[in-house]
Design a protein around this ligand. Structure first.
Ligand code: IMP
Ligand code: MG
Length: 184
């Protein structure tokens, strides 16, 4: 697995520093009186956001619930989005709650465009979004995101939760791969 790595784009130390900063911003913004009444529900988009969200929420000392949502846009060995599909989840009752959607990466924007209205429709008091990475693409810049960890080049990356064909999620750094990626 390590032999497949082309280059490290963001090291685990760099990720950790930025995650701590994001957690501090989110905590400030969700602490009264900045935020009106109501608790927060964190909604990580599975499976890619699982490592990011687990590091993030342990640095947010506020009462919160977690609601899981599974969205697939890169089925199997694809490196191009096939369109976001909400596959289900265990999201809980969002009525009157302040929701923070957490995703690993903003690419075409299809995932956030599919998920945000769905959460509003479930009666959330407010909905914000947080992504660890945002690709340098016109489509990605056109989407409003409340918290962005890093701006990265428009390249396919894995590690720290991000996968290729479900592999590499356990790499501690965010890296590019040197194996030829299927572009189907
Ligand atoms: P979007 O819906 O096109 O914005 O893409 C968001 C989703 O696609 C993310 O939640 C990731 O799961 C996946 N994705 C996009 N780009 C990459 C990448 O470079 N590596 C791994 N997964 C990616
Ligand atoms: Mg995803």
């Amino acid at each position: 697995m390590m032999a497949d790595i082309d280059r490290v784009l963001i090291s685990q130390e760099g990720i950790a520093r930025r995650v701590a900063e994001l957690a501090a911003y989110i905590t400030t913004d969700h602490t009264p009186p900045v935020l009106a009444e109501g608790e927060i529900t964190i909604v990580p988009i599975m499976t890619g956001a699982m490592i990011f969200v687990s590091d993030l929420i342990r640095q947010i000392p506020l009462a919160m619930k977690i609601g899981l949502l599974t969205v697939s846009s890169y089925p199997g060995a694809s490196v191009q989005s096939k369109g976001a599909q909400v596959l289900g989840g265990n999201i809980g009752d969002l009525t009157g709650r302040h929701v923070l959607v957490v995703d690993d990466i903003l690419d075409s924007g299809g995932t956030l465009l599919a998920v945000m209205p769905e959460i509003k429709a479930r009666g959330a008091a407010s909905v914000k979004s947080c992504v660890l990475l945002r690709k340098d693409r016109v489509a990605a810049r056109a989407i409003h995101v409340d918290y962005v960890g890093f701006e990265i080049p428009d390249e396919f990356v894995v590690g720290y939760g991000l996968d290729y064909n479900d592999y590499y999620r356990n790499l501690p750094d965010i890296v590019t791969l040197k194996i030829p990626l299927a572009s189907v």
